[in-house]
Design a protein around this ligand. Structure first.
Ligand code: ADP
Ligand code: MG
Length: 688
């Protein structure tokens, strides 16, 4: 007899290879198998009638064999014609078969088969159904519960998975699976045992539609438990961090006052509030880990600059890491504008620098001469040795994984303070669950005077209209971005396509200066062009999506995005954020190729309806799910066994309620819950 805690290798027929595959998907012991829930079910509990089935249904059918035929036209096939007592027929088609199988089909015999109903000009068909021959006298060979279908992993078959999970379920019936929810109020929830039994083998009278929609009480119970486990684990991380020591900064205002006096604008309340929140973290002796969220153009940079100033005034270095070279260069420019007049020394490190320049920057970083270090992934490299790193700022969290973030933290002597900035606003309910280990500041207010960008969708064939609009905009002295969203695999092909668009625009806008920028160009050439565009020397900038993030030219007031249907909501919103930065009313034209898919239509429509990044993010979550948006690495949420934060967000209130109850329980009980659901920590099982 097995125990639920037995390693899976104890199962008959499960060898080291299968063990490895299952371990890779988080299954180490029998209990973990119980939580590998079916993705869907097959109904073999009743026989379907041929005149009632629909094409596309999976159905269990019992009929008489009429005729067997082997054909070898284009492809060798075995055809088996079946019929019921009426006049309905069904054709079974096999492309792979052997002689034994063929001989087994005997005219007049009864066969039971299960498969998807298809239709052809000959009528209804099934291809490669599961089947069994029914001998005379055998009547009811029906399943008592629905048959589960499990997600598989390489080289493991459905039948094996079913068998192993079946053994785990048998073991469950004689075991005591600790039920973490038993004594936590609400007793109307099914027990863990009930819930697992139901979900692996729903009874005929269970509400299958509820199960298909993840609304069945058995699922809700597991979802709530899993989300509680996730939340507790993140809160543990947070606790651990709060117990670590960091460098306490004394909040000073010598440098910040100088900057404030030189600014041509006033900080918004939201900016000031974020700065205060950050300062209070920096002044504590525990490491800060704060997420700074703000829509594109909300003014995150100055908030980051203020945090850096505190590091500098306390004798520490601060580093800012950006996901792309262009964005790093933008930060260099932005930070230099504010900081060079104050005499702050800034180092810059990217992957494309030459050896001499690189060595020079590395030395500046190592000696402590550089007070601020701006760069890309290059900052992770082993040769980068900081003198006294006190603050790490990461821009665009979702482009880096949590492990990369940590590797930078390890470059400091003492756990440094960390600020993570993101322009992808995340709905609050999600932040609390997905980022429960981070504190959060939100810049929920744009600088005054901004006018929302008017957004229009136009078919690609309306280029004439767009050309007219460009002429009109440029006569008033404003500038235009034309973004080519090309799906060519290589940057070389993308550049070629963009070149064609560039020619077209040059021909049709003879009196204007139309310049092309793309990723294949030398970086010096790119920065020259960007500088010219900033100075207003270029009217129309034709670009690939290299301008996606961070570019700031306030005089640009028209953005044209070609083939906008190919981009995701967040990317379109980021692109559109390049205009509407000044005080002039701006326009964004989303050109698209007909016919639009349903989801592309929904995306473009959302953009037409709102400029609010939080609303767009919510919509994006609904359309795409959290994994793609929040990234798979930095949180566990994309790898959950049953819960889906977006789909199940209506349960989050209960999750918070139960998490609170759990926090009152012993540490052991909390840990038991976490280890049940979060199995990525392979260390606890050894490396066997
Ligand atoms: P993002 O949040 O997208 O990084 P930036 O920090 O680049 O935004 O700021 C966008 C623009 O808004 C910049 O030109 C910046 O100078 C300007 N800005 C920032 N804060 C304010 C403010 N409080 N009032 C007016 N303009 C501001
Ligand atoms: Mg920015």
């Amino acid at each position: 007899m097995h125990q639920l805690s037995d390693p899976i290798i104890a199962l008959n027929g499960l060898g080291p290879k299968a063990q490895q595959k299952l371990n890779a998907i988080g299954i180490f012991n029998l209990e973990h198998l119980l939580f590998h829930l079916p993705t869907h079910y097959q109904d073999k509990t009743k026989l379907a009638k041929l005149n009632q089935v629909q094409v596309g249904d999976e159905a269990l059918i019992q009929l008489t064999i009429e005729r067997i035929k082997q054909v070898s036209t284009r492809r060798r096939q075995l055809l088996c014609y079946l019929s019921d007592s009426g006049h309905q027929g069904l054709l079974l088609r096999f492309f792979h078969f052997n002689q034994y199988q063929k001989q087994n089909f005997v005219r007049g015999d009864i066969i039971q088969c299960f498969g998807e109903i298809k239709i052809s000009k000959n009528g209804l068909e099934m291809h490669h159904p599961e089947y069994r021959l029914i001998s005379k006298g055998q009547t009811h060979l029906l399943e008592k519960t629905l048959s589960p279908i499990y997600a598989l992993t390489a080289n493991i078959h459905q039948a094996q998975m079913k068998k192993w999970i079946g053994i785990a379920l048998e073991t469950l019936q004689q075991s005591d699976l600790s039920d973490n929810f038993k004594n936590l109020a609400n007793n109307s929830m099914p027990t863990l045992k009930q819930a697992l039994n139901t979900l692996h083998h729903p009874k005929v009278n269970d509400n299958i539609e509820q199960i298909a929609n993840f609304k069945h009480p058995s699922q809700q119970r597991l979802i709530i438990e899993e989300l509680c486990a996730q939340r507790l684990s993140l809160l543990q991380l947070k606790d651990k961090r709060k117990s670590e020591k960091s460098n306490t900064f004394k909040i000073k205002s010598t440098l910040t006052k100088k900057i404030l006096n030189a600014l041509e604008f006033q900080l918004t309340q939201a900016q000031q509030r974020s700065i205060d929140e950050i300062n209070s973290d920096l002044a504590s002796n525990h490491p800060m880990l704060r997420l700074l969220q703000g829509d594109v153009g909300s003014g995150k940079t100055i908030v980051a600059v203020f945090a850096c100033l505190q590091a500098i005034e306390n004798g520490f270095q601060a580093t800012i890491m950006a996901p792309t070279e262009i964005l790093a260069a933008q930060h260099l420019q932005g930070f230099s504008n504010y900081l060079t007049p104050l005499g702050v020394n800034i180092a810059f490190l990217t992957g494309s620098q030459g050896a001499i320049q690189r060595t020079e920057q590395l030395e500046k970083i190592n000696s402590g001469e550089a007070q601020i270090i701006i760069g890309t992934h290059a900052l992770f490299q082993a040769q980068v040795i900081f003198d006294k790193l006190g603050l790490v700022i990461i821009d665009e969290q979702h482009k880096f994984g949590v492990h990369q973030r940590l590797s930078l933290v390890q470059k400091a002597h003492n756990t440094p303070h960390q600020l993570v900035m993101t322009a992808t606003p995340i709905p609050r309910s999600l932040t609390m669950s997905a980022y429960a280990d981070l504190d959060c500041s939100v810049i929920d207010e744009l600088p005054p005077g901004r006018k929302p960008t008017k957004t229009i969708a136009l078919g690609n064939d309306k280029k004439d209209k767009v050309i007219e609009k460009i002429k009109q905009i440029c006569t008033t002295g404003n500038q235009v971005y034309w973004v080519c969203t090309l799906i060519e695999e290589s940057e070389a092909l993308r550049a070629e396509s963009a070149t064609n668009t560039h020619h077209y625009l040059q021909e049709n806008l003879e009196e204007l200066s139309v310049v092309l920028i793309h990723g294949k160009m030398h970086k010096d050439e790119k920065s020259t062009i960007m500088a010219q565009f900033s100075k207003g020397q270029i009217d129309v900038l034709v670009a690939t999506t290299v301008i996606e993030v961070g570019v700031n030219v306030t005089n640009a007031s028209l953005m044209v995005i070609e083939n906008s249907e190919r981009l995701g909501l967040a990317q379109l919103h980021q692109l559109r954020g390049r205009v509407g930065r000044g005080t002039d009313a701006s326009i964004c034209i989303l050109m698209y190729q007909v016919p639009l898919s349903h989801s592309a239509f929904a995306r473009l429509n959302t953009l037409r309806q709102t400029n609010d990044g939080f609303k767009i993010a919510q919509k994006d979550l609904e359309l795409r799910g959290p994994g793609e948006i929040l990234g798979t690495q930095q949180t566990g949420i994309a790898n959950m066994k049953i819960a889906n934060i977006v789909r199940d967000r209506y349960l989050l209130k209960q999750v918070h309620f139960y998490s609170k109850q759990f926090l009152k329980l012993s540490k052991d009980k909390q840990q038991a819950l976490i280890t049940r659901w979060i199995t990525d920590d392979k260390s606890q099982y050894g490396n066997t």
